[in-house]
Each structure stands twice: as C-alpha cells, then as structure tokens.
Design a protein around this ligand. Structure first.
Ligand SMILES: NC(=O)c1ccc[n+]([C@@H]2O[C@H](COP(=O)([O-])OP(=O)(O)OC[C@H]3O[C@@H](n4cnc5c(N)ncnc54)[C@H](OP(=O)(O)O)[C@@H]3O)[C@@H](O)[C@H]2O)c1
Length: 333
C-alpha cells in the first residue's frame, strides 16, 4: 500500500486556550495487521468538545490522552484489509480509531454500518454520539411535557440542534441560544425552533425574557458560565436542567463564579449532569427514533467539514471558539 499513515499526536497539555503547538503531526507507515485484526481507512474524523478534557491531566470521567499518543476520536471509514472473520474489505464501520488516516482494530468498539440510506458522516453526529446525547439528556433527564418551554444553548451545534428539534417534535416551545445572527436564523428558519437568542448581541436577558413569555421549564445546558447564570433567573418552579456540557469553561484558567444558584432552591429545580456513555442502554432506542425522524425529513442537521487531517488542530480550536456551524468533522479522503 503506497500511502503513508498520518497521525495527530498530543504534543503538550494546554493550560488555558488550546493552540496548534499542543498537537504534533507525524507520517508513519500504514500499520500491518495480525490474525484477528483488520485495517480501517478512516473517511471522517469527528471533532468533539470532550477532547479538550482528554488533553488535560485533570481528573475527569474518562482517561486522559498521554503525551505522544494519538488523539482520541470517533471515526467512520472502510475496511481496507482484514484477517478478522467478522469484517471484510469494503465494510463501512463506525469506531473510535482516533486522529489518523488508518487504524487497526480487533473489532472491539466497532460497529458495521449496513444501512446506506443515511450518509456515513451522519453516524458521527445526529445519528451517533451527539444525537444520542441530545435524546437521553432531553427525554430521560429533562422529561419534557407538551406545552412546556425548553431552552437549549449552543443551539446550532451537533447536540443543541437535535435537542431543539426533538423538543418541537414533543410539542414544546423550543428556544435556542446561539452566537451570531446567521446561527440564530438557521435555528429558527431551518431547524424550526420558535425563537433564538443571539447571546453575542449583548441583550441576553431582555431577548431571553421576550423569547420565553411563560418562563423556562427545561434548560438544556451545553455551555455553563454566564449564560447558565442568566438562564437560572428565568426558570419556572420545578424546572429541570440537564447539564450536558460547559464549553465556555473548558479553555479558561479563571472559572466563572455562578451567582444565581439560589434559584435551584427557591424554584425547586432539578439539575443533573450526565455523560452519554452511562446511557448505552438507550442507544438503540435513540437511534431508532432519530433514524426514523431523519428519513421522514422531520430532523435536519448541518455539518462543518474541514478537509485534511493536517487541518484538524485548527478546526478543533475553531470548535472551541464557535467557528463551526453544525457538527464539526474532518474529511480524510
Ligand atoms: N454529557 C455528554 O455526554 C456530552 C456529549 C456530547 C457533547 N457534550 C457537550 O455538549 C456541548 C456541545 O457539544 P457539541 O459537540 O454539540 O458542540 P457544538 O455545539 O457543535 O460546538 C460547540 C459550540 O459551543 C459554542 N461555544 C463555544 N464557546 C462558547 C462560549 N464561551 N459560550 C457559549 N457558547 C460557546 C459555539 O457555538 P456558538 O457560536 O453558538 O457560541 C460552538 O459552535 C459541549 O459542552 C460538549 O462538551 C456532552
């Protein structure tokens, strides 16, 4: 096989904002396979905010990447060679083979993608981990009832876009919060949410009040920080807050001090952090519903596709600063 493997390694642990020099790109031979293994040529790499946590040595729910190791990441691709009885050349597969063109697997953690009605790339977004995150966070933790108001932050992103649309499918008033007029227009006009607040317009509180005339019953938090703090003041009694992510805090050396937590008490709110991997038992249900909604045209998604693995570090930094518009992917073919 003439092609070389390209890998992106963790070069240094970031303090504060992640930068390009925290990564190192290397060219290595395409790996050999042993009996019971197969070689995958990755077509798309998923870039996800959780990777910032894996670059750090701080205690978290998952193990850090070691310095010098290939960055972790979800991938979809095609089996290029196989000595494994269950996988043959040409099979489309979903796995977590990391930031590299080629990966070797013994089949652990790899799923075959046999339904070609949905594009391969979607299995890293709406039809994959972010979609399942939206589904379990909203339906199992938020428990929306028709007529309630659901607010979701990072509303044009991979998780948020699915949350807002499922809220609408369940008969709720759905309000997004997103950065900038283009993202807000997309959230309203393409995704069909009832309203979208542009938090970069410096009128967060006024616009939120206007968009939520009956207050907020569920706040699906993707960002933490000052947006979370303001939303707390708008929560209705017995509201629920699925805490999915805190992206505003991932790259800061000065964590934001929340001021409005007293609302948790006075409004009897239920706040619950969750990690999608703890809900593996719901994956089949989630993807059955999401797949059906996609095929029926009731769920839409948007992707930000960066070409070439060499550009993955810049795209990842962009994800941390809102340059992505929809699910951030890197195309490797
Ligand atoms: N709990 C879990 O199991 C789980 C699983 C997947 C993802 N997550 C979390 O879900 C969140 C969204 O992930 P995603 O993959 O869907 O990413 P995404 O929303 O597609 O992309 C990240 C978005 O975050 C927003 N953002 C960045 N910095 C911000 C800031 N300082 N304040 C407010 N918004 C900011 C940007 O949107 P704007 O331009 O609109 O600001 C950016 O586009 C992340 O916090 C992630 O860690 C959690």
């Amino acid at each position: 096989m003439p092609e070389k493997n390209i890998q992106v390694l963790l070069a240094q642990r970031p303090m504060g904002m992640v930068k390009k020099n925290h990564f190192r790109i290397v060219h290595t031979p395409v790996p050999d396979i042993a009996d019971g293994q197969f070689l995958v040529r990755n077509h798309y790499l998923s870039l996800d905010p959780y990777m910032r946590g894996r670059m750090s040595a701080a205690k978290s729910y998952a193990q850090s990447v070691e310095i010098g190791d290939v960055m972790v990441g979800g991938t979809v691709g095609e089996v290029a060679a196989s000595k494994h009885p269950g996988f043959k050349t040409g099979d489309a597969v979903l796995g977590a083979l990391g930031w590299q063109l080629y990966g070797v697997s013994d089949g652990g953690g790899i799923a075959k993608i046999e339904d070609d009605r949905i594009p391969l790339s979607a299995y890293l977004g709406v039809m994959g981990m972010p979609g399942v995150t939206a589904y379990v966070g909203l339906l199992d933790i938020g428990r929306p009832k028709a007529g309630e108001t659901v607010v979701v932050s990072a509303a044009s992103g991979a998780v948020g876009s699915v949350v807002g649309q499922i809220a609408k499918l369940k008969g709720c008033r759905a309000v997004g919060i997103a950065g900038g007029p283009d993202k807000c227009r997309h959230v309203r006009e393409e995704l069909g949410l009832d309203a979208c607040v542009d938090y970069k317009a410096d009128r967060l509180w006024e616009d939120l009040v206007h968009a939520t005339p009956a207050g907020i019953d569920i706040y699906f938090d993707n960002v933490g920080g000052p947006i979370f703090d303001r939303v707390l003041n708008r929560m209705n009694p017995f509201g629920r807050i699925p805490v999915c992510g805190m992206i505003s805090q991932y790259n800061t050396l000065k964590p934001y001090g929340v001021r409005n937590l007293r609302n948790v008490l006075i409004q009897r709110l239920k706040m619950q952090g969750f990690i999608v991997s703890d809900h593996a038992g719901r994956r089949t249900d989630a993807l059955a519903d999401i797949g059906r909604w996609l095929l029926e045209g009731r769920l839409k998604y948007r992707e930000s596709i960066t070409q070439g693995l060499e550009n993955a570090p810049a795209a990842f930094i962009g994800l941390m600063t809102g340059k992505n518009f929809g699910k951030q992917l890197v195309k490797l073919i």
